[in-house]
Design a protein around this ligand. Sequence first.
Ligand code: AMP
Length: 181
Amino acid sequence: MQTLTTEEKEIIIRSIRDIPDFPKPGIIFKDITTLLSNPKAFNTLMTHLENRYTPYNLDYIAGIDARGFIFGSILADRLGIGFVPVRKKGKLPYTTVAEKYSLEYGFDEVEIHIDAFGEEKGAKVLLIDDLIATGGTAKAAASLIDKVGAKCVEVCFILELGFLKGRMGINAPVYSVLEIG
Ligand code: AMP
């Protein structure tokens, strides 16, 4: 089914644990390790994503370091397509393209292999991460996909902190399985 029932949404949302004041005071950290260790919730989520994205005829899934790797690689395998990691700076061994983005204090940087999507231009790519807050990480990752000649057809999150309006800055359609606020 492409749309989650209320019951399925509840199964997933109840499996995500809130950790107040992590990693610093005032932040409620959404801990998805409890989703991953709950087979019913994890399977409900992955089956929903498989059903949603089968008709997209995607060429690749790109996942954001590190939790996007978990959801992205399983989804890629279910769809029978390749997985590409978007990594934090300094981790990828071959020639990379990089993009900086702002944090509350300072900046961070993500990278992708220059040949990640093969030699043909215009590969259809879904970008995935666990959560969107300000949207800075996903915006930088989506622009890397364009920079290496592929097309980011959608950006998918398991959880969206809607009150931060992070999706506004992303230059591609955004789909969130669950939204808070
Ligand atoms: P942002 O660039 O602000 O959208 O932050 C998104 C990245 O930070 C994602 O990779 C998330 O996993 C992580 N993140 C930000 N806020 C939270 C939060 N409240 N709980 C869990 N992860 C978070």
